[in-house]
Design a protein. Structure first.
Length: 382
């Protein structure tokens, strides 16, 4: 008997995700092992497209077989697979099973932006690294913490696959009502301090990060517009970063990787974890908090209280070098805001989009080029 693959429960239709992206749902009938979906004669063009995009999906059930011990001894049978994200180095899916819903991340053996850049066994090592980091963070997270990492179900270095619990009902941070922003930011500050307190993870090789996307993009932009003071400030930041004490950093500490349901928060996506300057995470959080405030027209008071709750719990009264961390974090936040603004002045952009881009850009410049207090910078966002 062959497994039938259709486009979700509404056959022949695409579903539109909350981000506006087309997603497709593949029914598998819950059979083990997967039959080759590309043997199905009907809808050949659609199935050929799936093969081009994903190849054989049978890796899902091969990995699920090894997850029985984590799921009360039951062997999970996949019944439906839905694409969540189509990334540069991985694919991610929601997999419905007879036991529970799972999140499955498949690392690719190459970088999709440059398929000729072969990095095998890149995929397997990343899956193993992420799984071990999740296990480690689960061990050090206080039991009463409202910020956690998702429960690890299993992983396969051979397949380059990571399996965690699917977080039903959770959505990216900052989408909820304004009055919930302040307490949740405080919880996140407390959790990030635990993470940044880690200087090494036994048995896990993690490289240091010297320069990332935000710095490269901002430098490229400053050179293009010939903003010499901006270029000098970014280079100073990079030089200082190479001399500061390195700790464990998430590397992509943005709202899309902080999922919450209005009460609890889960930090996800640990593929960029490295040892580096903690101001990268703090600054990215600050930059995204400000850009969200601009987009949602949050009051200066709300932004100040949200940031104040985060910083109070993160720095407290005992964090060494808190002042210098905050100064470097403001520069990082400025780079995040400039990065968010680039490309938003193009022809065809709406007035709201252009206004958002202009505010992000101006605020980013102020954060990088001036030494004014953060409260004054926030007050000038109008």
């Amino acid at each position: 008997m062959k497994t039938k693959y259709v486009r979700g429960k509404d056959a022949g239709k695409f579903k539109i995700s909350k981000t506006g992206k087309k997603v497709e749902v593949f029914e598998t009938g819950g059979l083990l092992p997967f039959t080759d979906p590309f043997q199905v004669e009907k809808n050949k063009n659609h199935l050929q497209k799936l093969r081009t995009r994903y190849g054989d999906l049978s890796f899902v059930d091969r990995v699920l077989r090894s997850c029985a011990d984590s799921l009360t001894g039951q062997e999970p049978l996949s019944s439906q697979i839905r694409e969540i994200e189509d990334g540069n180095i991985n694919l991610s899916f929601q997999v419905k099973t007879n036991v529970t819903d799972l999140f499955v991340k498949k690392y690719l053996p190459y970088v999709r932006a440059n398929p000729q850049l072969k990095v095998i066994p890149f995929s397997g090592s990343l899956a193993t690294k992420e799984a071990r980091i999740i296990n480690f963070l689960q061990e050090i997270t206080p039991p009463d913490s409202r910020v956690r990492v998702p429960p690890l179900i299993g992983y396969s270095e051979k397949e380059g696959v990571l399996v965690t619990k699917f977080l039903e009902g959770y959505r990216p941070l900052f989408i909820g009502p304004h009055d919930t922003l302040v307490p949740v930011c405080g919880d996140i500050g407390s959790f990030l301090r635990y993470v940044h307190g880690v200087e090494s993870i036994p048995g896990i090789e993690i490289k240091e990060r010297i320069q990332g996307t935000f710095e490269r993009i901002t430098l490229r932009h400053s050179n293009r517009v010939r903003n010499i003071p901006l270029s000098d400030k970014i280079r100073e930041w990079i030089d200082e970063h190479s001399t500061v004490k390195k700790t464990l950093i998430h590397g992509d500490f943005s709202p899309k990787n902080l999922l919450w349901d209005g009460k609890n928060v889960f930090l996800i996506d640990f593929q960029d974890v490295m040892y580096g300057d903690r101001s990268r995470d703090v600054g990215q959080f600050l930059g995204d908090l400000i850009s969200t405030g601009i987009k949602r027209n949050l009051s200066t008071r709300t932004l100040e209280r949200a940031w104040g709750a985060f910083w109070k719990n993160y720095a407290g009264e005992s964090l060494p070098e808190a002042e210098s961390i905050l100064r470097r974090s403001k520069t990082m936040a400025g780079m995040v805001l400039i990065y968010r603004s680039l490309g938003l002045y193009d022809y065809g952009s709406t007035e709201d989009t252009k206004r958002f881009g202009q505010k992000c850009y101006k605020t980013g410049l102020r954060l990088i080029l001036t030494d004014e207090p953060l409260s004054r910078t926030l007050a000038k966002i109008k």
